[in-house]
Design a protein around this ligand. Structure first.
Ligand SMILES: NC(=O)c1ccc[n+]([C@@H]2O[C@H](COP(=O)([O-])OP(=O)(O)OC[C@H]3O[C@@H](n4cnc5c(N)ncnc54)[C@H](O)[C@@H]3O)[C@@H](O)[C@H]2O)c1
Ligand SMILES: [Zn+2]
Length: 358
């Protein structure tokens, strides 16, 4: 097992990465000295596979867990589901020392984290992320929240967990498309921060695609370390945290304009990262060979690197990009790479240049 420390003063916590961690959930929670009552919030898919094991482990450690299962999917990230969860917590008399276990992907993590941040003005919570995306991204950094009709993640709170357990065994049941989509975020960490990680991904990709525990442990722990380091320097997103958005300016526009659900997030940001690499070549002189390496790694992972755009969709995509908060005076701010492992944020790019790379 690997342990990554997230240093945030009094709110510091550990991320454990390894196999068999779910069975030790109860023992780990016992060490945190929380109250006996707790709630496991999960979704209908994850619950089917792992709720029993989580409840068993918690009960064996002397806790009294209740299970709250929400429908799987992004639709559960909404205020009416927050209310339903809180009603359940109140009904089962969870109090200030009680805690919540978020067992699932990013949807459950964001929802349960927000419930934990707001129920009784905040009770402790533990994350057990079960998607690759949640393990390397959404469970680290303390962003929690839900969607409104007007847009994604418009209601939320920065709220840190007490502990994160990345049980690699849970990834075995993850649908392949979801798993591969998570790899897009993994590759991102190599591009933005760590050339050695990028080279390791090039070398170990077949092992990662087979979901081999040893390779996964090293890679996931490194990704968490990078995210924790970046977030540690900028907890509330005023500066360097922006580098985590590499590939996301175009990626988000693709998600928004093509209708949610057509592209998974990882697929959209794979296309976005390749486009950003091409812009990086033009604007910051990223060597052509490195652009090629970035593109090839996504291709080998089975991720899309291009999008077919008719003129209507192209218009919609640019409109979506201009609506984004990263725009000023018709120029969009991008995160661009100087070389693999080092990026700059806040690079202003004109629309004509963007048009040339997608
Ligand atoms: N808080 C943050 O910093 C942050 C960062 C990135 C993304 N997010 C959010 O994360 C969400 C996306 O997360 P996601 O990609 O994990 O999606 P998700 O939680 O919807 O999970 C994807 C699908 O896989 C299923 N699933 C999850 N784990 C499984 C397992 N082990 N075995 C079988 N099936 C499993 C889920 O039921 C779901 O159908 C979005 O709402 C996004 O906004 C948050
Ligand atoms: Zn992302």
């Amino acid at each position: 097992m690997r342990i990554v420390q997230v240093p945030l003063g009094q709110r510091s916590y550990s991320i454990k990465v390894g196999g068999g961690l779910l069975a030790r959930l109860g023992a780990d929670c016992a060490r945190l000295k929380l109250g006996r009552r707790c709630a496991v919030i999960t979704d209908s898919n994850v619950g089917r596979h792992y709720a029993k094991a989580a409840l068993k482990s918690l009960a064996a450690a002397g806790f009294q867990p209740v299970l709250i299962t929400v429908p799987a999917g992004e639709k559960s990230k909404c205020l009416s589901v927050v209310e339903k969860c809180c009603d359940q917590l109140a009904k089962h008399r969870l109090e200030r020392k009680s805690f919540i276990v978020a067992l699932g992907g990013g949807v459950v993590g964001d929802l349960a984290g927000f419930v934990a941040a707001t129920y009784l003005r905040g009770i402790p919570f533990v994350q057990v992320p079960t998607t690759l995306l949640a393990q390397v991204d959404s469970s680290v950094g303390g962003k929690t929240g839900v969607n409104l009709k007007a847009g994604k993640n418009l209601v939320g709170a920065f709220y840190q967990p007490q502990l994160v357990l990345c049980d690699l065994d849970t990834l075995k049941t993850l649908p392949r498309r979801e798993y591969v989509s998570g790899l897009a975020e993994v590759i991102k960490y190599g591009v933005i921060y760590d050339a050695a990680l990028f080279a390791r991904l090039e070398r170990d990709l077949p092992k990662l695609l087979r979901r081999e525990t040893a390779s996964l442990a090293a890679v996931i722990a490194r990704c968490c370390e990078i995210k924790a380091e970046v977030v540690g320097q900028d907890e509330t997103e005023s500066g360097v945290r922006a580098i985590l958005n590499f590939g996301h300016t175009i990626g988000h526009a693709i998600e928004n304009s093509s209708g949610y659900g057509k592209f998974l997030h990882g697929e959209a940001i794979a296309i976005g990262q390749v486009a950003a690499a091409k812009l990086s070549q033009q604007i910051l002189g990223l060597p052509a060979g490195e652009v090629e390496r970035i593109e090839q790694l996504f291709v080998r992972a089975g991720l899309p690197v291009k999008i077919k755009l008719g003129s209507a969709l192209r218009k919609k995509l640019f409109a979506a990009m201009l609506l984004d908060k990263k725009v000023s005076d018709g120029e969009v701010k991008f995160v661009l790479a100087e070389k693999i492992g080092r990026v700059r944020f806040g690079c202003k790019v004109g629309m004509a240049a963007v048009n040339g790379v997608i």
